[in-house]
Design a binder for this molecule. Structure first.
Ligand code: PLP
Length: 381
């Protein structure tokens, strides 16, 4: 294996030098006024960037804990929850809801497509749901839900809390709580923010905070909003030790995002994704997600006839990039390629070049430079 390996899985994503350096800083006490100030600025910036009129939570943990945090603070045992599942991570909410004694109804899309806003409207009209979860981009399929259109539907169901899993989307796909009528949004540091794993971000708007207030004491302890609100409001307070270096790393990621601009960042992801997808299709790799619902943060690519998944991915690793395998029924038939966060055109040219080499080594006759050429041509437009 080459010493330098590009991590092109759908998270963790590549961590740029300036963010790495924050991870390597000498530790400070969580009560150090310098850290208290840094922590506060991250929370405030994140709240503003995503249009949150309620509370923003920055807590040590992963995306899965954020899923649990969202559900735990919005529902009580016995509530009805609607789960909109477009794949593996949507399904994870079923398990979470079952563990919590919630009545989960599930709207499922075939892998590669998404449940439509009309189907959601119909289901919500049938009975009262305390909350609904939607995965923005399901990492197992590469399909993106139209969370803005679903948000419009939600205006007619104000009793239902609209929860969006943004783990493979937030800071790559465009999201804004106020504009999209989202009540709870969450993500994790290692996806489109381009930070190391270990931090969850969760936004809860005013309406969500009002729901939390109606629940009283909840069974969960570490992920209880009530435990964290005092710390998010005054970062000099203690509940559980903040992940200090990760907070600094997140602060640098947020600085990069502010400098780039949220809309510009989304447009960069969009242009790059469509160019990557066209380039990959030109050499016989077909995105699983249907046109019209393809994510901009990652692509899940079906192999042409005769490709050996294990050999292909092992060859890629030899050549210096790592991608992820297919999940579920697509294991062995597909690979998953992340293209989110702080990556640039040169990274992508390298990725495509390595894919071309590996495909040739796996018996496919791919002209060298073909995908790279298509990509560069699209990017020059
Ligand atoms: C990665 C991911 C998760 C889980 O996040 P972890 O940090 O691995 O716990 C949840 N939802 C989606 C859509 C994801 O991509």
């Amino acid at each position: 294996m080459k010493e330098k390996t590009m991590v092109m899985i759908p998270g963790p994503t590549p961590v740029v030098r300036s963010i790495q350096e924050e991870m390597g800083r000498e530790i400070q006490a969580f009560g150090d006024p310098r850290f208290v100030k840094d922590f506060k600025s991250v929370i405030d910036d994140l709240g503003q960037l995503f249009g949150c009129d309620g509370k923003t939570f920055v807590v040590a943990g992963t995306g899965t804990l954020a899923m649990e945090m969202a559900i735990s603070n919005m529902t009580r045992r016995g509530d009805n929850v609607l789960i909109v599942s477009n794949g593996f991570f949507g399904d994870r909410f079923i398990d979470i809801c079952e563990h919590k004694g919630l009545n989960a109804d599930v709207l499922k899309a075939e892998w590669g497509s998404v449940v439509s806003p009309e189907e959601i409207r119909k289901k919500l009209s049938e009975k009262h749901y305390a909350a609904m979860t939607v995965t923005h981009v399901d990492t197992a399929t590469g399909a993106a839900a139209d969370i803005a259109a679903i948000g419009e539907v939600m205006r007619d169901f104000p009793e239902t809390i609209y929860i969006v899993d943004g783990v493979a989307a937030t800071a790559g796909e465009y999201e804004n709580l106020a504009e999209m009528n989202i009540d709870v949004l969450f993500t994790a540091s290692q996806k489109a923010f381009g930070v190391c794993p270990g931090l969850l971000l969760l936004w809860a708007n005013k309406k969500a905070m009002e729901r939390r207030a109606t629940l009283g004491v909840i069974p969960e302890y570490y992920c209880d909003f009530d435990k964290w609100v005092p710390i998010m409001d005054d970062t000099s307070k203690y509940f559980a030790t903040p992940a200090i270096n990760l907070v600094w790393a997140m602060k640098e990621s947020v600085r990069i995002i502010k400098e780039e601009g949220m809309k510009a960042r989304y447009e960069r992801h969009l242009k790059n994704a469509r160019a990557m997808q066209k380039a990959l299709e030109s050499i016989g790799l077909v995105p699983l997600a249907k046109e019209g619902c393809r994510a901009v943060t990652l692509s899940n690519l079906l192999y042409p006839e005769g490709m050996d998944d294990a050999k292909f991915r092992a060859t890629l690793l030899e050549e210096g990039i790592i991608v992820a395998g297919g999940l579920g029924a697509y294991a062995g038939k597909m690979f998953r390629l992340g293209h989110m966060g702080n990556i640039d055109i040169n990274d992508e040219v390298a990725v495509l070049g390595v894919i071309e080499r590996a495909m040739n080594q796996c018996g496919q006759k791919v002209p060298y430079g073909k995908a790279v050429g298509v990509y560069l041509e699209e990017m020059a437009k």
